[in-house]
Design a protein around this ligand. Structure first.
Ligand code: HEM
Length: 226
């Protein structure tokens, strides 16, 4: 095993990979949320469909998608390896173990929260991403050119109450996952400092709540107001 493989398969190396990929996925969430805000334009979905068409055909975006997939896969794989290493290191709980006194609920349930997000992601990609890339959407004409009507798919999906419920529940899970993950990533990367850590923690909480609320509002808006 060379030094590179050795470093990145060690526990510290894997934690660093999880932190870097986690922060990268956070930046994706911001871009994705800003793109999705096109849905609120009162134009019958034209801006959103044009934006989606750009995303589907731009070479740089397609390349970034590959990086995104790699980011997700590394993040998930390292999470599984680290969890099983932790379990092997301490198979039986201490008798006087009161984890609720010295750790938060989200820090103890990152695996559960991550699994809820993964299930959400599979449903989400199957419904939106797969037809957007591989076909199966109705067409719409905008300024004499035919585009996929992804906006219609969004509107139809969010008329279904249980679909909206899945999104809202998943966004609650994502918020808790990010609240712990954000500050934990900074700690792992050695970027914590007496002076800045309280700010990073507050910023992480605000970031997680604003981003997840932003995503949760979309299905609620289409269900109740459209
Ligand atoms: C209500 C909230 C959301 C809406 C309306 C939405 C909508 C969409 C749509 C329409 C696509 C296909 C776009 C295209 O390929 O052109 C897409 C792709 C995707 N979404 Fe979402 N999304 C939402 C929330 C989320 C969340 C919370 C995550 C992550 C936890 C996420 C992750 C992804 C990923 C990874 C892709 C594929 C990559 C991409 O196309 O950029 N989405 N989403």
């Amino acid at each position: 095993m060379n030094w590179f493989t050795k470093t990145f398969s060690s526990t510290v190396g894997r934690k660093i990979v999880m932190s870097v990929t986690g922060l990268f996925l956070c930046s994706f969430l911001v871009v994705h949320l800003i793109g999705n805000l096109q849905l609120f334009r009162n134009d019958g979905g034209a801006a959103f469909n044009l934006y989606s068409d750009f995303m589907a055909h731009n070479g740089v975006i397609r390349f970034m998608e590959l990086i995104l997939v790699a980011g997700f896969l590394f993040h998930i794989y390292d999470a599984i390896v680290l969890t099983s290493r932790n379990k092997k290191a301490r198979p039986v709980d201490y008798v006087n173990n009161h984890p609720e006194q010295n750790s938060t609920w989200s820090s103890r349930n990152m695996g559960l929260l991550g699994t809820v997000i993964l299930v959400f992601l599979i449903i989400h990609l199957w419904n939106f991403f797969v037809p957007a890339r591989f076909g199966g959407l109705e067409g719409v004409v905008i300024e004499d050119v035919e585009y996929d009507n992804l906006y219609l798919r969004v509107v139809q999906s969010f008329q279904i109450w249980w679909y909206v419920a899945i999104y809202v529940i998943a966004m609650v899970a994502l918020a808790y996952h990010l609240i712990h993950g954000f500050q934990s990533a900074f700690q792992t990367l050695g970027l914590d400092h007496k002076k800045y850590t309280p700010f990073i923690q507050k910023f992480g909480v605000a970031f997680s709540i604003i981003v997840c609320l932003g995503f949760a509002i979309i299905p609620l808006y289409f269900f109740f107001l459209v």
